[in-house]
Design a protein around this ligand. Structure first.
Ligand SMILES: Cc1cc2nc3c(=O)[nH]c(=O)nc-3n(C[C@H](O)[C@H](O)[C@H](O)COP(=O)(O)O)c2cc1C
Length: 291
């Protein structure tokens, strides 16, 4: 049963449909689409309480108004518009950022638009100029937004090949039961099978898929398995953004299924964590005793 439909399509359908689009038709968004998008992004809050400020930035207008030369080192072709976002510096700011921008990306998918998370291959200073980034804000990622081209460009195909974009890790590598020594099979997951599968299908930086989940009675613990040396290569730890994306997929799917719960930070002392793995948050199901 679909209890809480956020968009006009089901969230699982949108998650399955979304993929990184790097080749666009050189055609501006219609005024109606821009207005719809601006309405959607106007008031988004992350699960940790951070507010993300979004702007729809048009390449040609940005050059005229703020002399910003928006560029993606040739990775994106044909895009005329970008969703640029900043979040206030705070604890768990990158997770909140990932959660909110992924919500926008799924909304754009529901409108038939293409997007592509960019955390490395974009000229950060130019996009910062275009959105007027303040000292207390960070700008970890952006996405182009537009009409996908039928034919993928050469760089697009190469990027997909290098990242192995169409592959995802197997269930047993990502999901655990009780602690990290017991894998959680799809049949054991019960009503959690779809929300967990939606995490598995999430996009992640370089397709590293760093999320690890331990399911324990009514609690679902989210852990981040850091890829060694990855965060040091980049201005921000993009794997924390990946975690926010996974939380978004899980949360929206739970809402759609009508399963109630809350985010809560309380590391379970009984679960020993593997090397390079960090506890982030738990999702606690609210068991309705009135039923
Ligand atoms: C936080 C984040 C940052 C990313 N940064 C880039 C980037 O800088 N350049 C790029 O071409 N793709 C980037 N990607 C896209 C990933 O490579 C892509 O999501 C992954 O390979 C899975 O492919 P899919 O999105 O088509 O499912 C990023 C993805 C995420 C989630």
């Amino acid at each position: 049963m679909v209890a809480n439909k956020l968009f006009d399509k089901s969230i699982t359908e949108l998650i399955k449909k979304r993929l990184s689009v790097r080749t666009y038709i050189e055609q501006p968004l219609t005024a109606e689409v821009k207005e719809t998008l601006r309405g959607f992004v106007s008031n988004l809050k992350g699960p940790f309480g951070g507010t993300v400020r979004f702007e729809l930035i048009e390449r040609d207008l940005a050059l005229k108004e703020s002399k910003a030369k928006l560029g993606t080192y040739g990775v994106i072709s044909g895009a005329t518009t970008y969703v640029v976002a900043v979040v206030e510096k705070a604890n768990k700011d990158l997770e909140d950022f990932g959660y909110c921008l992924e919500k926008v990306i799924l909304y754009a998918t529901s409108l038939g638009l293409g997007t592509c998370w960019l955390g490395g291959t974009f000229k950060k200073g130019e996009f910062a100029k275009a959105i007027g980034q303040k000292d207390h804000e960070i700008l970890p990622c952006i996405t182009p937004i537009g009409y996908p081209s039928q034919k993928r460009g050469l760089i697009d195909s190469a990027m997909r090949f290098v990242a192995g974009s169409k592959n995802r890790k197997a269930w047993e590598e990502l999901f655990f039961s009780g602690d990290f020594s017991h894998g959680l099979s799809e049949s054991e997951a019960g009503k959690y099978v779809t929300p967990l599968e939606m995490i598995r299908l999430a996009p992640s930086a370089s397709n590293k898929q760093p999320w690890r989940i331990v399911k324990d009675t009514n609690k679902t613990h989210f852990y981040l398995q850091h890829t060694k040396g990855y965060a040091k290569m980049l201005a921000y730890d993009l794997q924390r953004v990946d975690m926010g994306i996974a939380m978004c997929h899980f949360d929206l799917t739970m809402k759609e299924l009508g399963i109630e719960g809350k985010w809560h930070i309380s590391a379970p002392a009984s679960i020993s964590t593997p090397q390079d793995t960090e506890y982030i948050v738990s999702w606690v199901e609210v068991i309705n005793t009135m039923n």
